[in-house]
Design a binder for this molecule. Sequence first.
Ligand SMILES: Cc1cc2nc3c(=O)[nH]c(=O)nc-3n(C[C@H](O)[C@H](O)[C@H](O)COP(=O)(O)OP(=O)(O)OC[C@H]3O[C@@H](n4cnc5c(N)ncnc54)[C@H](O)[C@@H]3O)c2cc1C
Length: 415
Amino acid sequence: MQHKANFAKETPILSMTDLSFDNVENAFAYKSDKDLKLSHFLFKTMGYPLFVPIATRATPLLMKCGLPIVNRMVRKTIFKQFVGGESLIATAPLAATLNKYNVKIILDYGIEGKEGDENFEKATNEFIGVIKYASTQPNIPFISVKISAIASVELLQTMNEAPRLRSGIHDHEEEQAAWDNVCDRMYRICEAAAKHKIAVVVDAEESWLQDPIDRLSIEMMEEFNIDEAIVYNTIQLYREDRLNFLRLSHNIAKQRNFILGVKLVRGAYMEKERTRAIQRNYPCPIQPNKESTDKDYDAALKYCISNLSNIAFVVASHNESSNMLATQLLNENGIEPNHPHVHFSQLYGMSDNISFNLAKAGYLVSKYLPFGPIKDVIPYLMRRAQENRSVSGNSGKELNLIKKEMDRRKKATVR
Ligand SMILES: Cc1cc2nc3c(=O)[nH]c(=O)nc-3n(C[C@H](O)[C@H](O)[C@H](O)COP(=O)(O)OP(=O)(O)OC[C@H]3O[C@@H](n4cnc5c(N)ncnc54)[C@H](O)[C@@H]3O)c2cc1C
């Protein structure tokens, strides 16, 4: 008998002590046998040593040539695994399926790298459209925003490098006017979010762009995070200075009486950061090793959980021990799993064993779900391929979980 996705909202929730990320039946209940086979094929292919390096170079070029066969192949494989659809409306069936398992969505309009005021305005209106749409849906509490979708990378870099701009004073009128436009766009997005009660999570980007993003996020929090968290900044704990930055941000929030919203991540641009630091001969901002990143990540979790009265945060990680630690800390501190200031999030297409088991145990969990035309989400897809490229790493982990569930289903059918 073929396994159709079975719907499980009525199942009683697990208690904290029953929580396990090894339960693959919960993890993949939303996937049919066919979907599971596709995921198996994809992660297996990404595990071949030469596949990802070649595919990540060739795919963007082939996509630019507009060959229909390439488009079709991408759409049926990696796009289906990691993206919600080509348009907002196309994400609806998936959102409805996830809702049946109490899994929510951080909706991400997956535009990247489009420059020019016209594109920035278009993106701003698109973000506002996503907010309005989210407010009509039962399980989309967040949208994510990349500031580089509404501001030029060059401007962000200038703002990052020119300390005098931090005071808001700058002698180049043109840049100041351009920055005012960015602030205005972000204000419009956050204003719509506050009106429709949807939270805006600002993605963290490369360290050489991040300072103005942090300042803008904090300014928006001061304006909109008075009674509840509408704006969240992202903290990358692979940076040596970020645990301290979390504390500093919290101090500002306490002084100015707003709720600090933060999404905690390890960080996605490590290789790029290291290469640039070497090329330009400056001290690399990244931690010396993985253990230091893990240590700061877990310390940040503890800090947020100890300050829940005025910090709202998202545990955005595929690391099982960090996710488990967060649940243990909540339990030890007598905090309900569904406290409105604590969310968990994993990228769509990865770590379903964490997301679906947490959701079943009553935690607030969202899948980070990008959508957009295939050509626009290619950079996002290539990052996912890179992340899942080694059999000893993520792709091996995902593959083992999928195999385990396929075996379990086979045995269940024989019985
Ligand atoms: C919902 C969600 C939203 C995200 N949003 C963002 C975002 O806005 N900005 C962003 O940059 N990333 C973002 N990410 C990606 C994230 O930063 C990580 O790249 C990814 O999740 C892997 O980290 P992990 O905690 O899941 O797990 P792990 O697999 O335990 O950690 C891998 C990470 O550890 C760090 N690391 C690995 N090796 C070393 C080393 N030798 N030295 C120091 N550090 C090391 C790197 O950050 C690496 O990505 C997001 C992830 C999720 C799930």
